[in-house]
Design a protein around this ligand. Structure first.
Ligand code: DC
Length: 226
């Protein structure tokens, strides 16, 4: 069974999806981390992916060694989770995610994860493009102010120079790109359950999702109590 969680940045998708997966004993697929890892690799090699022709872009992608390990994404066998959660990589990820070859490359890997068994998949196009047949789909959002505040709280620990205004600006740029790109733009699947998490605690969102999972799919839940 696949459960999809899509939505804009800062809506709390990662924490909530990770928690939901753990409670259901499902695997967790963080597709934003996959786009970020490809972006990190391109930044590291100074590869301007947008300037390459499609064939060379494909060859470049085939050459990278991206792995999904239990602790996060890895490149060339080296865990890179600690290097992908910053503004530069987020912005590069948002740009390269509009390239068809990049989406195609990651789509194959994401679907392969779905074939391995029960999965909570989080991203922008999980319910619309990658897993259109998913049994349960969520679209998690929150007000722009709240999303910027959450992202700022997350990132300020790693980057003390950062300001809320910068985070808000960067986020608005990414939202605009994610929403307007031609390929797999950010939007809820028609059958997605939309949750506005503004003012909600993480645990409340997870409880709501677990209740839906139980009701709609009748899955056996582990450690679930409301
Ligand atoms: O969720 P995130 O902030 O880690 O995602 C980083 C970028 O990757 C985001 O700006 C858009 C892109 N992305 C995407 O296009 N499709 C996905 N399924 C996940 C992320």
């Amino acid at each position: 069974m696949v459960i999809t969680v899509d939505g804009p940045g800062g809506a709390g998708k990662s924490t909530v999806s990770r928690n939901l997966a753990a409670r259901l004993n499902f695997a967790f697929l963080d597709t934003g981390a996959m786009y970020r890892a490809v972006a990190l690799c391109a930044l590291g090699e100074d590869a301007a992916l947008a300037d390459l022709d499609p064939e060379r872009r494909k060859t470049w992608l085939e050459g990278i060694k991206l792995e999904l390990l239990p602790g996060g994404v890895a490149l060339d066998g080296r865990p890179v989770e600690a290097f992908i959660r910053n503004g530069a990589v987020a912005s590069a990820a948002s740009h390269i995610s509009a390239l068809p070859e990049v989406r195609e490359y990651l789509l194959g890997r994401q679907r392969a994860a779905g074939r391995r068994g029960n999965l909570v998949a989080e991203g922008r196009d999980m319910g619309t493009v990658v897993f259109p047949e998913a049994e349960l789909k969520f679209f998690l959002t929150a007000s722009e102010e709240e999303r910027a505040r959450r992202r700022f709280k997350d990132m300020a620990l790693r980057d003390p120079q950062l300001t809320l205004a910068e985070v808000r600006r960067e986020m608005a740029g990414r939202d605009a790109r994610d929403l307007s790109r031609t390929l797999a733009p950010l939007r809820p699947a028609s059958e997605a359950i939309i949750i506005d998490s503004t003012g909600m605690k993480e645990e409340e969102v997870v409880a709501l999702m677990l209740a839906r999972a139980q009701k709609i799919a009748g899955v056996r839940l582990t450690g679930f109590s409301l």
